[in-house]
Design a protein around this ligand. Sequence first.
Ligand SMILES: *Cc1c(COP(=O)(O)O)cnc(C)c1O
Length: 367
Amino acid sequence: MKVPFLDLKAQYELIKEEVNNGILNVLETNSYILGPQVEKFEKDFAAFCNTKYCIALNSGTSALHSALLAHGIGPEDEVITVPNSFISTTWAIDYCGAKPVFVDINDDTFLLDYNLIEPAISHKTKVIMPVHLYGQPADMDRINKIARLNDLIVIEDAAQAHGAFYKNRKIGGLGNTTCFSFYPGKNLGAYGEGGAVVTDDLKIYEYILALRNHAQSRRYQHEFLGFNYRMDGIQGAILNVKLKYLKDWTLSRNRIAELYIKNLKNIKQIKLPYIDKSIVSAFHLYVIHTSKRDTLFNYLKEAGIDCGLHYPVPIHLQKAYSYLGHKVGDFPNTEKNASNCLSLPIYPEISDQMVDYVCKSIKIFFE
Ligand SMILES: *Cc1c(COP(=O)(O)O)cnc(C)c1O
C-alpha cells in the first residue's frame, strides 16, 4: 500500500467545482490583486478566529514580518522564541534587524517552556513569540501573564494551528497579534502563497493594511517603508471555499490522531504526542518520538509510507544563525526532538486502512 505524506489532489477533487468557480469569478471580474474575494476572506477569517481584524498577505513569513514591524520592532530589540520551528519564525525577527533570543522547548509538549522565559528577558526584550507547533497551542495564559508583568508584546506564530483551541478559546485573539500561513500544505492552504495577521488592535490593523500595499495612503503617496505583501484574488477565492470546510477537516484530523493513539499507545519504544486536556490541537502534524528514528523512517519508506521530519536541524544550529554563536548542547530538548521526531501522515483525506497500515508497519518494525 502507498501512503503519501499529504494528498492535496484528493482534497481538490472534493471541492473542485467550487474552487474552479471561485477562480473563474476572479478572472471575470479582473480582481487579481486584493479585491472582493480577499475582502470576504478577511471578514470571514477574522470571524473564524474571533478577532476584530484580519489582513490577508502573501505568505506566513510576511505575516510574521508585518506583525513585528507593526509593533515597532527594530534594531536593538530582542524577541524571545524557540529554536524548534520552521526557519521563518526567526527570519522575520532578523528582517526587522532585531535579535532572536532562544529558549528551549518542554520535553513533553515540544512547545516553548514558559519556565525559561523570564531568565531570558533583558532590557532589550520587546516580544515573546510562541509557536503553536504541530497545531498544538502553547500555554497562552502563562505566556500572557509573563508578558503583562514584564511589559512585553505577544505575537503568535500560528502557521500550523488554524482552528485550534486553548481552554475553549479559538487561536487568534489570545496574544496581541497572531500570524497564519496558507502555504498549500497547511491546514488551511491556498493554491499558491498566502498568509494573514489577525488582531483586535485597530492601530496594528491600519499599519499592516498600509504596509502590505507599499504604505500608500493615496495612490503614489507613501507614508513609510512599505512592502508588496498583498494577497492575490485567486488565493482569496480558494481560501473562501476551503474556510467553510476547515472545522470538519480539523475534526477529521483529530479523529485520525485518535486512531494513531489507539493503535500505537502500547508500543514502549515510541513516545506519542502529549495532549493537554485544556487544548484541542489542529493536528497539522502527528509527531512521534523514538531513538530509532532514522531506521524507522527508512523502514516505513520501503513499505510505501512517506513520513516527515519537523525539524531535523534546529534553528540555533543552522549556518545562517552561526552569528548568534550557539553550539550543540545549548538547547538539549530541541536537539533531542531534532534527532527523535518522526511525523506520520495525517490529513482529512487519509483512509482508515492507510492509518491501520502505518500502525501495523510500526508494530512489525519494533517486533
Ligand atoms: C509554514 C510556516 C511559516 C511560514 O509560512 P510561509 O507561508 O511558508 O511563509 C512560519 N512558521 C511556521 C511555524 C510554519 O510552519
